[in-house]
Ligand binder design. Structure first.
Ligand code: PHE
Length: 340
């Protein structure tokens, strides 16, 4: 009987060792230790043993029972750990997936240009002023000497909210606000978004940006305007760039000028980009503030004179970075923006 017990033990331990799932382990337990199990059967048969043998076999049988039970418990514990390990692997969160979210960008090339322009003028003694994008028709047109029959006032030329409010078509109304609220001397620039009813193409966008300057004082002259613009252009683009002045017309300046700057590709020698003229056309507009505009804004035009100038920031950005399509600025394509 002792041999039989030993045999059961060895077989059971082997089977437990080989078990590969919980269910099979439970079946083994029932088969060996259960009510109708092999070991139980042996214990039941003990009544046929002699008085001396009974306690010895009983002790061995109980020992074996304990060994088998401990082995099963241990195996079950192993299975539990195995399952936990598998779940941890399966349900693992890949926290590195959001790596892109912390990518630190940089300023848009348009804003870089705008900041650079403001910085240049600040160093030249100008103050920086902000104005609203929603303006009155009065500030945008009337006070700037653009009467009701002026073509730029056509309803289809800009975006109106009602008869008296619109999205500003230029930054010039900020000049009106400053002149009405400040006594000369005045030396200010204002940059920001402007709007016109334009179809989108390579050089037009219904929303674009301008920067505008105004200087008012006693004895301010056209020579001051030209000197200021020359200094500004050389600061912005480099000493080797020169300027060319052409007469022009704006309702709010008299006389008015338009300014060309030497071609950025060939620096004035003449190439395909500048049509062999050596000049980048129409980079700036300006002139002496019309006396009527000064009067409209409460400034004595007998005592004071002033000059104003304005330019497209998008245009300057395009020239500066050699862009051939304004849409690139607004598409927000990271592949494009990352280059600057
Ligand atoms: N406001 C003018 C424009 O939008 C530019 C300009 C500004 C011209 C100031 C003269 C003086 O075209």
């Amino acid at each position: 009987m002792k041999e039989r017990l030993e045999e059961i033990k060895v077989k059971a331990l082997e089977a437990i060792q080989e078990a590969d799932n919980d269910k099979y382990l439970e079946e083994l337990r029932v088969k060996i230790l259960g009510k109708k199990g092999e070991l139980t059967a042996i214990l039941k048969g003990m009544k046929d043993l002699s008085k001396e043998e009974r306690p010895v076999v009983g002790m061995i049988a109980n020992e074996i029972r304990e060994i088998i039970q401990t082995s099963i418990d241990k195996k079950k514990e192993d299975f539990k750990w195995e399952e936990l390990k598998n779940r941890l692997i399966e349900e693992r969160l890949d926290v590195t997936a959001s790596k892109d979210l912390v990518h630190i960008g940089h300023r848009h090339p348009l804003n870089q240009t705008m900041n650079e322009l403001e910085d240049l003028f600040r160093h030249m003694g100008f103050s920086i002023v902000d104005g609203p994008e929603i303006e009155t028709v009065l500030n945008n047109f009337d006070k700037l000497n653009s009467p009701k029959n002026h073509p730029s006032r056509d309803m289809s030329d800009t975006f109106y909210f009602d008869e008296s409010t619109l999205l500003r078509t230029h930054t010039s109304p900020v000049q009106v606000r400053v002149m009405e609220n400040q006594k000369p001397p005045i030396r200010m620039v204002s940059a920001g978004r402007t709007f016109r009813f334009d179809e989108v193409d390579a050089t037009h966008s219904p929303m674009f940006h301008q920067i505008e300057g105004l200087v008012i004082g006693e004895n301010v002259s056209m020579a001051n305007l030209i000197d200021t613009i020359n200094a500004f252009i050389k600061n912005l683009f480099g000493e080797e760039f020169s300027t060319r002045y052409r007469p022009h017309y704006f309702p709010f300046t008299e006389p008015s000028i338009e300014v060309d700057v030497s071609c950025f590709a060939c620096k004035g020698k003449g190439c395909d980009i500048c049509n062999h003229t050596g000049w980048s056309m129409e980079l700036l507009g300006g002139g002496m503030v019309h006396p009527q505009v000064l009067e409209n804004c409460g400034i004595d035009s007998e005592k004071y004179t002033g000059f104003a100038f304005g330019m497209g920031v998008d245009r300057i950005t395009m020239v500066k970075y050699g862009l051939d399509d304004i849409r690139l600025i607004y598409d927000n394509d990271k592949r494009f923006l990352q280059q600057f």
